[in-house]
Ligand binder design. Structure first.
Ligand code: NAD
Length: 257
């Protein structure tokens, strides 16, 4: 499906990261995977993970810096010649922004940081990568249904995800003529480092697991396999979409007994 495709994964922090499951699935299906990581704290893990999953290149990039985003894309473009796919699996909100009622915690600074890292960083990456994308390249980001539905404690992160999903539509509209596709996966809750920062995440996970049509939580592997499909030519007719991998949670207005 993705045999020989050169795919850059941005947002791998540890073995629980959704990016880890995406990387494992891509590797299993024959892709050449490269990784970027936020800072030195993650370096040892990334190098170990990479050597167990094809031994791809790794590069440090803090997405709050335009210079570092440019450096990342140029590094992989020089090493690979062209880029067949990018996975953006990144989100961040200061902890005080995702705890409590929005009117009690939202600040201008919290709003700016959350939108910068959780939404703009995708736009910044794609913008830099466009000249190096191969024909039929595919870009992917990760979102959550809190962009569409008010979700307790998710707050400004929901706004940033709505912006991210709009970004997917805008980039797909203009890059489609070059054969480049842009999509997002809206994943159900999965226990990761980023998710643990959301107040009440455990009860969200339990409720979601018991109330979705599938009556269970989804796994990171299910997200990884859907990502592989979206990065492959098997999904050549799909662009500008939010694909839900959430056990069907989003289609319910209420729970049916
Ligand atoms: N876990 C869930 O329940 C869930 C559900 C739906 C969507 N998502 C989304 O999936 C994506 C991945 O999150 P995850 O749950 O795997 O958690 P994670 O903590 O493993 O991944 C988040 C990543 O963002 C990176 N990051 C944060 N700030 C950065 C910066 N300034 N520069 C570079 N990298 C930065 C972190 O280093 C980390 O690798 C996020 O967009 C998240 O919102 C998660």
């Amino acid at each position: 499906m993705v045999n020989g495709k050169k795919i850059l994964i941005v947002g791998l922090a540890n073995k629980y990261s959704i990016a880890a499951a995406i990387a494992a699935s891509l590797h299993e299906h024959g892709a050449i995977v490269g990784y970027s990581y936020q800072n030195e704290r993650f370096e040892k893990f990334i190098n170990e993970f990479s050597s167990n999953n094809g031994g791809g290149l790794t590069f440090k990039c803090d997405l709050s810096s335009d210079k570092e985003i440019k450096g990342l894309v140029n590094f992989f473009a020089e090493e690979w010649g062209e880029i067949d796919g990018i996975v953006h699996s990144v989100g961040f909100a200061p902890s005080d922004q995702i705890a409590g009622n929005i009117e009690d915690c939202i600040t201008r600074e919290g709003f700016a940081i959350t939108h910068d890292i959780s939404s703009y960083s995708f736009a910044g990456l794609i913008k830099e990568a466009v000249p190096f994308f191969s024909e039929n390249a595919s870009a992917l980001t990760l979102t959550y249904v809190g962009s569409q539905e008010a979700t307790p404690n998710y707050n400004v992160m929901g706004m940033a995800k709505a912006s991210l999903e709009a970004s997917v539509r805008y980039f797909s509209a203009t890059l489609g003529s070059k054969g480049i596709r842009v999509n997002s996966i809206s994943a159900g809750p999965i226990k990761t480092l980023a998710a643990s920062g959301i107040k009440g995440f455990k009860s969200m996970l339990n409720k979601h697991g018991s109330e979705t049509p599938l009556r269970r939580n989804i796994t990171a592997k299910e997200v990884g396999d859907t990502a592989t499909f979206l990065l492959s030519d098997m999904s050549s007719g799909i662009t500008g979409q939010t694909i839900y991998v959430d056990g069907g949670y989003n289609i319910q207005a209420m729970k049916f007994d």
